[in-house]
Ligand binder design. Sequence first.
Ligand code: 4AD
Ligand code: MG
Length: 477
Amino acid sequence: MNTNTVSQLLAKDQFGLEIEIKGWVRTFRAKRFIALNDGSTINNIQCVVDFENTSEETLKRITTGAAVHIKGELVESQGKGQKVEIVVTSIEILGDSDPENYPIQPKKHSFEFLRENAHLRTRTNTFSAVMRLRSNLSFAVHKYFTENGFYNMHTPIITGSDAEGAGEMFRVTNLDAKNPPVNQEGKVDFKEDFFGKETNLTVSGQLEAETYAMSLGKVYTFGPTFRAENSNTSRHLSEFWMIEPEVAFMDLAGNMDLAEDFMKSVINYILENNKEDLEFLENRLLDEEKTKPQSQRSEMSLIEKLKFVVDNNFKRVSYTEAIEILRNSKPNKKKKFNYIIEEWGADLQSEHERFLVEKHFKCPVILFDYPANIKAFYMRLNEDGKTVRAMDILFPGIGEMVGGSQREERLDVLKEKMAALDIPEEELWWYLDLRKYGTAVHSGFGLGFERLVMFATGMTNIRDVIPYPRTPQNAEF
Ligand code: 4AD
Ligand code: MG
């Protein structure tokens, strides 16, 4: 006899097998029916207890949340809703769960409550489905790149540079905060710090990934990134995971093709491999939508939305075209946007991005060729001298999912740009070296993994797609 998972047992069509299973009780009904879950699938297996021959004391300990070890026989189910069930011959309580105090009761809990109990929330159907999907999406990412000739690179987490130049970094130090060493100018002397210089947690692995692209050709990094921006929104985390491919000899058009093909591939992977979890989440959303007025319900179900992305081309639109569309849009003319678009050069806010994808194009949109001065220093300047080869991919319900660009490969242009932005050459000497020795066109992008998981699961708060969210004023667990 060997120990199975619920997922394996539910797939069996041989009956009369003697089996063993360990898991947690979801519900126990009529002193007879245990719905048992072990996390291997969204589905529970029904275990039928012979209550007449089981002690009252044991029956009392079969409570929601308890861990149990069951031995029994796999039989064809008499009841509806499942093909097989277990006739229990022995049950051992491995760990009790006091029904008075166990937070995860068999009823609907609010996501806010479950966030406070994030250590237990994966014992619910919704969160176990989300986290199984997250895991499989992560696997699909590595699978895609490996199968397409990319090498996985582990970029450093502690770094001295600010890749995005936004100054939103968490400092890494072991200096005594109460009594730091001071230099002659009266400022904190970071030469005395652990690394002998100022360091921070990385905001992006891009700059280091570029160095490897310029030797290994096609690389990607998939790791944690950190941003000390004080934006308490449903789409921002202070710690999130980013997927960043970087490819030598690839221009912006190639970058768009790669991003689109990659996203379609990973979404297709979960459509094929996570059917039950997706169906569960789809039904959850349908129930939720029933409480909304008709006008606010979405036109497509979750699985339809995912299939739509896989089956349709992303719309490619230049920033200049997008500004024209926005300028002439109803919410702009009626002053419904918080930020009214008046001139070319304006930075797009999420309200504008959402208008473009949700109201105007109704599909994923790749916006490209942004004004140079609203984008990072490393982006390739176009011949017009005012736009850069940047691309953002916007998704319905999410907004910005991807940010990327063709990189500035010309040493003189890059140096000018850095000087204009006061970025010291000494800090990025190694980055400049790439432009001195065998420089070439190259491109890459960054995809916020949690935003992808949001899209794939239909969850609307980014705190609900990462195990333990870090946000301003919150680092519990
Ligand atoms: O647009 P961003 O800032 O681009 C970069 O960091 C580039 N260095 C990437 C590259 O070209 N290699 O960030 C990339 C993506 C965004 O499009 C968004 O999906 C996600 O990272 N992102 C966040 N996700 C969650 N919380 C935050 N605070 C995020 N900030 C960015
Ligand atoms: Mg961006």
